[in-house]
Write a new protein. Structure first.
Lengths: 336, 249
């Protein structure tokens, strides 16, 4: 048997074992359906779907807000009056609320988040680093509504009975910390946002700091720098662009966050100096009023708020991407 | 005698990197450490300025003395050790700062604030590192824009600026082309008047060219140390002879 088998191989002409260079497939389809170009086209279509989706969103926002755009023009952004009955719509109070809550959030979350990242990368023992890193990322996975409920039932009373009185007595000379606090207001919203964006800043900064070459740290330590000096003068500057990207990514998220903020900000369209006072944000007013908006101009104005929010978050995220991209390019440059 | 290591053993976790190494480092001489990859010569070098402290899981037993003073001990500040024992690494690692700031950094963290004094010391260090003429017109450009050899000399200048008494060099020319290597070697020979140098190299010709004394490491142990000419012409140990004649490594 074995002899016959080997014999048959030996007699097979070697050329017959080579496959043809002709395209495979049914003859009728040959030439216009071939797998590689088809695959390329399908993937290109998937890729383009993102762009067209984005284009569609912009188109719809523009179409939806055309009535409001035509009626109010640029004054929409600066006008404080939001009066559905009189059909006068201005976004200033919402822009203010969004800006103030986001600024509060960043003022708290940026130092805290970078501090967490420094601790995790530069100081924590391995076990602590992994557990704490996991917990930080878990913060990002908590649904918005849960943050909102926690803010409503836990944080708001703390702000009303604990934080606000303390701030009033210590920093009450600033207009920011005057007047009564009912728990629901811009300060509470800012605090909730701080907790919500903290994991973004901490996790991205941690990755950025981890990417700083160990040789940079050793170079600094070898010159007689302390750990603190090394972190402050070498590690953080090296990761500056990436950390800025993390902060701006967090800002983008703070600007757009709706549910938790809506539950604790008090939903009152006004511009007052005190952070204890209730406010209103762009996303909150859309969430609250869209379903019951009557009249074309009312709907159109809410849509224009959406457009405004879209443009701002788009720009903010664009800047963040640019910074992170520059950071990664810079790191390559220094490796070369 | 500038430094003395006695019965130095370094472990990374359970792995013994160097075992019971004792060696004297003479003042104003260049000591070359040679040996095959992984023989522990870099580990030994890094234990002379407590650079191994930054590696997790490291443990050091034995002692190293600097001018008779122990550098390992509960009362010793590793930062102060490193101000007196500087280091240049295998791969140049300039900070992403200007050429000037790269050199000024060590001075600033060392407490020198006065602008004129900083500028003087930066110039002096760059001259010592034979880099001044090449960079004097672009001191405020990024150190990363320099060529590989210039970057390494910038790192040497940075280390010299803080005026260490001992300079540790971990294969400082291994990533450089022959011309840049020659410049670094020349520099090492010139610097001997001012400080003590310990240089790790896998290039035996380089060790023969720049050093007065040579130590041969093999499998974590210091096999032999002596006058460079003696090590290369009449080694006492069989392993040393096999290594320098190219029978292994």
């Amino acid at each position: 048997m074995a002899a016959v088998h080997t014999g048959s191989i030996a007699t097979t002409p070697t050329t017959a074992r080579r496959h043809s260079l002709q395209r495979r497939g049914p003859p009728a389809l040959r030439g216009w359906i071939t797998l590689d170009p088809l695959f390329r086209k399908v993937c290109a279509a998937f890729g383009l779907s993102i762009v067209s989706l984005l284009g569609f969103v912009v188109y719809e926002l523009l179409r939806g807000s055309s009535a409001s755009l035509a009626r109010f023009g640029a004054s929409f952004v600066f006008d404080r009056i939001w009066d559905p009955v009189a059909e006068k719509f201005g976004a200033a109070t919402f822009v203010y609320g969004t800006a103030v809550t986001s600024v509060i959030a960043l003022l708290i979350a940026v130092p805290l988040g970078i501090g967490i990242a420094i601790f995790l990368v530069e100081m924590a023992p391995r076990a602590v680093r992994e557990v704490a890193g996991f917990l930080v990322e878990l913060l990002a996975a908590i649904p918005s509504i849960v943050y909102g409920l926690w803010g409503l039932f836990v944080l708001a009373p703390i702000v009303r009975d604990g934080l606000a009185p303390v701030l009033r007595t210590t920093l009450g000379f600033l207009p920011l910390f005057t007047g009564p606090s009912y728990g629901l207001g811009m300060l509470t919203a800012g605090l909730i946002l701080a907790v919500m964006v903290l994991p973004f800043i901490a996790a991205v900064s941690r990755d950025v700091l981890s990417a700083v070459p160990q040789m940079q740290r050793e170079g600094s330590l070898a010159l007689g720098a302390t750990k603190w000096e090394t972190i402050w003068h070498v590690v953080l500057p090296y990761g500056r662009a990436g950390i800025s990207g993390a902060v701006i990514l967090a800002l983008g998220r703070a600007l757009g966050e709706t549910m938790a903020v809506t539950m604790v900000i008090g939903n009152s369209p006004q511009i007052v100096a005190s952070l204890f006072a209730p406010g209103y944000t762009m996303s909150s007013v859309i969430a609250n009023e869209y379903s019951e908006a009557s009249g074309q101009l009312y709907l159109s104005s809410l849509t224009e708020l959406g457009l405004l929010l879209f443009v701002v978050t788009f720009a903010v995220n664009g800047v963040a991407r640019l910074l992170i991209w520059r950071m990664s390019r810079g790191a390559e440059g220094s490796r070369a | 005698m500038k430094m003395r290591a006695s019965h130095l053993t370094v472990r990374y976790g359970a792995k013994v990197a160097i075992k019971d190494v004792s060696i004297d480092i003479h003042a104003n001489q260049v000591l070359a450490l040679i040996g095959p990859s992984g023989c522990g010569k870099s580990t030994f070098l890094r234990s002379l300025n407590r650079m191994n402290d930054t590696v997790p899981g490291v443990s050091v037993t034995g002692q190293v003395q600097l001018d008779g003073e122990p550098i390992y001990g509960p009362e010793v500040d590793a930062v102060l050790v490193r101000r007196r024992v500087g280091m240049v690494f295998q791969k140049s690692n300039p900070f992403p700062k200007s050429i000037f700031e790269n050199v000024a950094y060590g001075l600033r963290v060392g407490g020198l604030r006065e602008r004129g004094a900083v500028a003087d010391r930066v110039e002096q260090a760059l001259r010592h590192a034979a880099l001044w003429d090449e960079v004097k017109d672009r001191l405020h450009e990024s150190g990363l824009g320099l060529s590989g050899g210039q970057q390494q000399r910038l790192c040497i200048a940075r280390a010299l600026a803080v005026e260490p008494e001992v300079l540790l060099m971990d294969e400082p020319a291994s990533a450089l082309d022959p011309i840049a290597t020659a410049k670094v070697e020349e520099l090492v020979s010139d610097l001997r008047d001012q400080l003590t140098i310990v240089i790790v190299t896998h290039n035996m010709q380089q060790a023969a060219r720049v050093s007065q004394r040579t130590g041969f490491f093999y499998m974590g142990k210091l096999v032999e140390v002596g006058e460079t000419t003696q090590i290369f012409t009449r080694p006492k140990e069989r392993e040393t002879e096999d290594y320098i004649t190219g029978r292994f490594g």
